[in-house]
Design a protein around this ligand. Sequence first.
Ligand code: ADP
Length: 588
Amino acid sequence: MKTIKWKLIMMYLGLVFIVMIVSGSFILLRLQTIEMDKARNQLEVYAQKVSEQVVLLYEEDSFQSGLIQFAKSGSTTSQIQGSILDRTGVTLATTTTSKPPYPQYKNSVIIGAMSGTPTFSKNKIVDSSGSVFLGYAYPVILNDETTYVVYAQMDATSIFDSIGQTRSTIFVSVGIALIISAIMGYIFAKTLTSPIVALTGKAKELAQGKLNQSVRVYSHDEIGQLSDSFNYMARELSRTVSDITKEKSKFEIILHNMTDGVISFDLDGKVMHYNSASLKMLDTDAADFTFKEFLERYGIGIGLYVELMETPLTKKVNFWVGKKYITAAFSPYSGEGGIDGMVLVLQDNTETKKLDDMRKEFVANVSHELRTPLTTVKSYTETLLDGAMEDKEIATDFLQIINNEADRMSFLVRDLLQLSRFDNKQIELNVSEIELNGFVEENIRQSRIHAENKKQTLSFTPYPKPLVIRADKDRITQVMNNVLTNAIKYSGEGASITVWLEEAEGFDKIYVKDTGMGIAKEDIGRIFERFYRVDKARSRAMGGTGLGLAIAKEIMELHGGSIQAESQLGQGTTMILSFPVRKKREKV
Ligand code: ADP
């Protein structure tokens, strides 16, 4: 019942009802007044005429005979019946009957006239037989007092009947009008509200996310314009939502394809967005933390939260996640009412950190390696200058030492320069075909003297068939020399060094095995690093720079091959140089 449709119908009905009732009542009253006035006029004229006759009869002293005459003048067909009453209201003569007993009238009209005022009955008078009358009483004043009353009455059945009929006609009309207006009102309200109902339905569907909505426009009135506006709004909304969806999916694609990790938190510290890179960096399967929990879990400390809230500027923090070195940039973002949340960009800087550490270590190593011979040179030079120069023998010894140290420095600088050229990719290989049996034999021949000096046996078993590789002979010789020198250097007296060749898995391999001191498991992986030496003092004492194997590794990799070490502490070491087998077309 609260719908506009019902309200409209009720208003419509109410309006029709009021108009009908007011106009009906007005017509009824008007009719009643006209009928009453007409009856009153007739009764007045009649009563006045009778009253004049009464006065005449009284003056002529023929009152009694006049009364009889008056009674006889009446007729049953006449509409108006008259009666002459004395001052007490007793009927003296009447036109309704010629013989007594006369009907006695005692009503308000007669009482009014008895007091000297002509009175008309505004309401109907009902007699004992149930007949309906209208009465008029007129006082006959003789000698300044009411002596008689002329009472005239009229049969008012037809008047009241016609008024009654008019009233029921009006009631019926009101009823019919109400039924018609209810039907009309229903149709009108339905016409008016059905587009609104349709609009409401479509608006609900729109709110539920079904964006392709449009309503039919039946007219160009206000509702038509509303429907037009709705259709426009739905179109615009659909376009905007599709734009936003496209932007969102673009954003998601960018977010998930970023190599940097991104996590955003809202003001309550809940995670709003994150990408897979961030989870990978944080070694976790889900972003199941709040901002504060994140700070605690990764050991950053809750103090940063307070700091960021006080001064909302981007702050970079580094922390470790296992072996990963992560740099996190915390950027608070603001809305209208201050800080709205936090965006976190994570970068895996493990490699950069490693390189940075290596660079620092390298600089420290170079400085250290240079400082030792420089200190020696400086102190011996000073001693010489202080007088040792005079003693030729000592001076020769000292100069020899200075010369050796200068050699060390120049080897170091030579190796460093070579490594720097590798780093800058400035090395060009002078490739030629090398037969490995002959190549190894030649190298062994050069190193044999050093092995013999240490009473070591250095043996080579040639491969049953020639193995030809394509390589830069000078560089490979440098590698081979370094490996053989190391085998001799890091093996004691009487050790045996064996060299052999193998071809396996697409590689031609040179094995150099010694029975020396060996290398501990934890050091094996590191001996190819620059300046890494298992025993620094020993290596230095033997003239090593700690760069030999690093250079060997660079050279082997430049040839598409590798250098590997297998060793057991105290048992000896095997170095394996692998060269890729030449492809057939290269053989030509
Ligand atoms: P170095 O100039 O010190 O010899 P290298 O780069 O040639 O530098 O070797 C790095 C380190 O590897 C050496 O200091 C040594 O500790 C270890 N090493 C290399 N070859 C052997 C080997 N055959 N036996 C034992 N240790 C070795």
